[in-house]
Design a protein around this ligand. Structure first.
Ligand code: 5GP
Ligand code: ZN
Length: 114
């Protein structure tokens, strides 16, 4: 996708601090970390959000979670724990419209308001 910053990060025309890459997913440190570990995991195939996932994309969305588990292990937070967040649409605060999962860890994370 021409004007997508995350597609540009995948192709390398925008630099990022990469932590993981394979044929399906790419993962890199968030530029404005909200926790000691804040990594974004994205599919190499562009689609905007969960609302835009096609039938062929659900496997990849599952696979992103497998990658998250592996990355958490490599970052040393698998046992202390981590949170995976996906923002979808205006009320969620989604600002980049290339599907991504936030992997947050490295401290006791705030509750979800309950
Ligand atoms: P969203 O609110 O869309 O779920 O989150 C998008 C995330 O992408 C934000 O946490 C933001 O800090 C991060 N981000 C936006 N632009 C860039 C960038 O150019 N590089 C990196 N590494 N992260 C970015
Ligand atoms: Zn994209």
């Amino acid at each position: 996708m021409d004007n997508c910053i995350f597609c540009k990060i995948i192709e390398g025309s925008i630099p990022s601090k990469k932590v993981y890459e394979d044929d399906r997913v790419f993962a890199f440190h968030d530029i404005q970390p909200q926790a000691p570990v804040h990594i974004l995991i994205i599919p190499k195939k562009h689609f905007a959000s969960l609302n835009d996932a096609g039938e062929d994309d659900w496997d990849t969305i599952g696979y992103i979670h497998k990658a998250a588990k592996q990355i958490a292990k490599e970052q040393g937070v698998a046992e202390s724990g981590y949170r995976i967040v996906n923002n979808c649409g205006p009320d969620s605060g989604q600002i980049v419209f290339h599907l991504h999962m936030h992997l947050l860890a490295g401290e006791k994370l705030a509750g979800l308001g309950r």
